[in-house]
Write a new protein. Structure first.
Length: 148
């Protein structure tokens, strides 16, 4: 399982902020088996090392997750390289626990979907492994993770 992942963040260090929510944007492409499995912080840190070599690079995502937005298609365009309907997304901590608590399973292949954590904020201070399964060969999507 591999696939590719591009990570962008409204906070340079992948840290939540109580005053203004942090938005982490993930653009993914599945491998030939329809899967993705990539670490978020280390992927972001590697890109940051190239674009801003003098800055400290994050090793963890740090904050409290409160919402997710998934958008199928290349750069979330809802049209290009759409994943199969009912593909699955998980955000795993180092112990393999899904931080999204199954909220991101059975995603639409054609419609954007937003999920809130029902008033419960999910604390995180670790690397997160982003995983997609059953998306189809070389399919694409975008997900936003919102945290404080």
């Amino acid at each position: 399982m591999a696939g590719t992942l591009t990570v962008n963040s409204s906070d340079l260090y992948l840290e939540g902020n109580k005053k203004t929510p942090t938005e982490i944007r993930l653009d993914w492409v599945s491998d030939s088996a329809g899967d993705v499995s990539v670490d978020i912080a280390s992927t972001y840190a590697a890109a940051l090392a190239v674009s801003h070599p003098r800055l400290r690079r994050p090793s963890n995502v740090n904050g409290s997750i409160f919402a997710f937005l998934t958008i199928p298609g290349e750069n979330g365009d809802l049209a290009t390289a759409l994943p199969t309907n009912l593909h699955n997304i998980t955000l795993e901590d180092p112990y393999g626990c899904d931080l999204a608590g199954s909220l991101l399973l059975n995603r639409s292949g054609t419609v954007a979907e937003k999920e809130h954590t029902s008033g419960i904020q999910i604390p995180v201070n670790s690397e997160i492994t982003f995983k997609v399964s059953d998306a189809g060969d070389t399919k694409k999507g975008r997900i936003y993770i919102y945290l404080h």
